[in-house]
Design a protein around this ligand. Structure first.
Ligand code: ADP
Length: 400
């Protein structure tokens, strides 16, 4: 069963094609820096070995990125499909929709429920809705499935989901911690279960364009740095993360409009806001190396925030057996991992600097006698999504 999974990140579009139940990736492709004119497109057909990397592309929006990918998917040399009829379903790592958790066919009702939460996920729902609409217009008869990111966190106890706000706001408006990155933290939890068996305490650090830390006990989410919206938690590429709510009314009294404030929090904040350099950690690391103090400050603020959550979750879990780094930053930034791990000896981390420098893809970056095992694990949210869709189609719960 050919299933294409599309992961619409806040700054990227990623695709993986599977022939389920086999989890081998037939095609993988990615467009980074969507919205800029120095975008990078990489494409690889693992069946015939074709691969290509294009740099300096102009990809103003998600529609442009999708059309580019589909041209390659059907291309003479690059292609894995002769026609789109061969594809059974397209799965999306959707973020949230009002009243929908778990896995749902992306009907007009579900899209409307995603629209209803655009203000909660302004950086995610609009590109997802746009991407899904582009796919629906290009492939109107194809089964499109959303695997919502909030589902993994429904196991968090209410005492950690509830905000200390009037209780009616929780009852009437559903204001509480929802949590995101469920596909990634869920995948990491399943990988750790393969090593550790049923019982383990895991802190999973997904650090990419968006970042979140998740406390996982025996495979279940028990806390997350993300809150009601994706504007919370650790600093993101260009979103603020945790901040004081009273900053907003104060800035209103200083003459800023709500749109300007929300733009500052949601688009011009995070690593970009502090550094003033870029929303891409690679650029910020380069600037810091060249003496840019704000770039160095952005990296320090990011690492401090991650360390704070790890400490808090260590206490909640009553210890830590595994610490995992994943996502674009977690998998690739030697510097960020070093800055974080070198401060965790008090939590049982014996950090292995050499291993951290050497790791490519998957690997251990703690010493063999470290009480807590620290791993770099590439996330594979797409495999999880393809598996779920295959299961649901096979059980007759979804029909292509
Ligand atoms: P998204 O959350 O948009 O899906 P990713 O998980 O792919 O994004 O993470 C993208 C981020 O990963 C980039 O913005 C960049 O900051 C970081 N990144 C990627 N490669 C590297 C690298 N080699 N060194 C440092 N940071 C990197």
């Amino acid at each position: 069963m050919l299933i294409l999974v599309c992961n619409v990140g806040s700054t990227s579009l990623k695709y993986k094609l599977f022939d389920m139940p086999c989890t081998d990736i037939l095609v993988e492709a990615k467009t980074e820096r969507v919205g800029r004119n120095d975008a990078i497109f990489t494409y690889r057909n693992n069946q015939n070995g074709f691969s290509e990397k294009l740099e300096g592309l102009s990809v103003p929006g998600y529609a442009d990125g999708i059309r580019l990918f589909l041209r390659y998917l059907l291309g003479e040399k690059s292609g894995a499909l002769k026609s789109m009829d061969e594809l059974e379903a397209i799965g999306f790592k959707t973020v949230l929709a009002k009243g929908y958790y778990g896995v749902h066919e992306l009907t007009d009702e579900v899209l409307a429920a995603m629209e209803a939460y655009v203000t909660v996920a302004p950086a995610h729902n609009p590109p997802y809705i746009e991407a899904i609409r582009v796919f629906r217009s290009l492939l109107p008869d194809k089964l499109m499935v959303g695997c919502f990111e909030t589902a993994f966190h429904t196991t968090i106890p209410l005492s950690r989901r509830i905000y200390a706000l009037p209780y009616e706001w929780y009852e009437q408006y559903g204001i509480c911690r929802l949590g995101y990155h469920g596909a990634s933290h869920g995948y990491i939890a399943r990988q750790i279960r393969k090593r550790a068996g049923e019982h383990f305490r895991l802190i999973s650090c997904h650090m990419g364009g968006s970042g979140s830390i998740c406390a996982i006990e025996d495979g279940k989410s028990v806390d997350t740095s993300f809150g009601f919206s994706l504007q919370t938690g650790i600093p993101h590429a260009n979103r603020a993360g945790d901040m004081d709510a009273c900053v907003i009314p104060f800035l209103l009294t200083q003459g800023l409009t709500m749109d300007q404030i929300m733009e500052g929090i949601g688009k011009k904040g995070g690593l970009l806001g502090i550094s003033g350099v870029s929303n891409d950690l690679r650029d910020i690391q380069d600037a810091a190396e060249n003496g840019n103090e704000r770039a160095a400050l952005a990296i320090d603020a990011f690492c401090d925030s991650v360390v704070k959550y790890i400490g808090a979750f260590y206490a909640e879990l009553g210890g830590m057996d595994y610490l995992v780094f994943t996502g674009g930053i977690g998998e690739n930034s030697v510097l960020v991992r070093e800055k974080i791990c070198s401060r965790l000896s008090c939590l049982g981390v014996k950090f292995d600097r050499e291993a951290n420098l050497a790791v490519r893809g998957e690997g251990r970056i703690s010493t063999s006698d470290s009480p807590a095992e620290v791993l770099v694990l590439p996330t594979n949210e797409e495999v999880g999504i393809a598996q779920i869709i295959h299961e649901k189609v096979s059980a007759g719960e979804l029909s292509p």
